[in-house]
Design a protein. Structure first.
Length: 263
């Protein structure tokens, strides 16, 4: 017994050291396990957050590309709708030649434009030109590939227009001073016409097919001396925006013009 006590007394510090070392190792292992769990949890949460952010970024760019595609499609459909060919009951002999507007004159109203079709495209001088909204003007000069068109605002432009399903008629007489309106003269005094009425082409000269919209009556003046009315017309064609024009050509117009020019 005394031998055991002497042994413990002699090596007690060593055993105490071993016991404390063991306890330390156990605690260290536990702390490492907990730290590893916390680290793993943080890593897992961080990876999830990163994946979510990457997914959000991917969705953003995907939706952004889809949005751009939809915008392009909407633009294409709008241009097709805005520049659609005129849907008219066109009499036999009239043909439409599509052309793009390549130049517009802004100096004193839109008094002329240039289109990318000329003599090689079957266009002739004095052919009528329209947009999807209504009358634009007439061809006055052309080369092989291009044509100059005087518009409804040009003082040299004049056609007979009328109110649909009535005897109301008058002649377009442009005037820079009242731009963006144009004047319609020689309207009979007895004519029943009101602000807001639509005037269309009559088709009397084969320059324009009958029934093509020209504009809406803005206001009316009465000339009591000449017993006529003067209409102030707002053309339907938006010259700032339209880009696609249609040249109207009639097979017999030139023959008719040459006959009319005979003395």
């Amino acid at each position: 017994m005394w031998g055991i006590f002497r042994f413990l007394k002699r090596y007690g510090n060593f055993f105490l050291y071993l016991m404390l070392l063991s306890i330390s190792l156990v605690l260290l292992a536990q702390n490492r396990a907990r730290a590893g769990y916390v680290l793993n949890r943080w890593t897992f949460n961080g990876m999830n957050l990163l994946a979510e952010r990457i997914n959000l970024i991917g969705n953003y760019y995907y939706l952004n590309s889809q949005n751009r595609a939809l915008q392009q499609e909407n633009k294409r459909l709008y241009e097709q709708l805005y520049n659609r060919p005129p849907v008219l009951g066109v009499p036999q002999g009239f043909h439409f030649v599509p052309a793009e507007v390549v130049n517009k004159n802004y100096r004193s109203g839109f008094d002329f434009i240039v289109i990318d079709k000329g003599a090689s495209g079957g266009i002739a001088p004095y052919d009528g030109v329209i947009s999807s909204q209504g009358v634009v003007g007439t061809v006055r000069a052309l080369s092989d590939r291009f044509a100059k068109v005087i518009t409804i605002y040009n003082p040299q432009f004049s056609i007979l227009v009328g109110k649909p399903h009535s005897e109301v008629t008058g002649f377009i007489q442009p005037d820079y001073r009242i731009f963006p309106l144009v004047r319609v003269t020689d309207v009979p005094y007895e004519a029943v016409v009101r602000a807001g009425d639509t005037l269309v082409t009559t088709g009397n000269s084969l320059i324009f097919a009958p029934g093509i919209p020209v504009g809406r009556v803005d206001s009316i003046q009465t000339d009591f001396q000449s017993r006529t009315k003067v209409l102030f017309l707002h053309p339907f064609t938006d010259f700032r925006r339209f880009r696609l024009a249609y040249v109207i050509h009639h097979d017999l117009r030139q023959a008719l013009d040459s006959l009319n020019n005979e003395p």
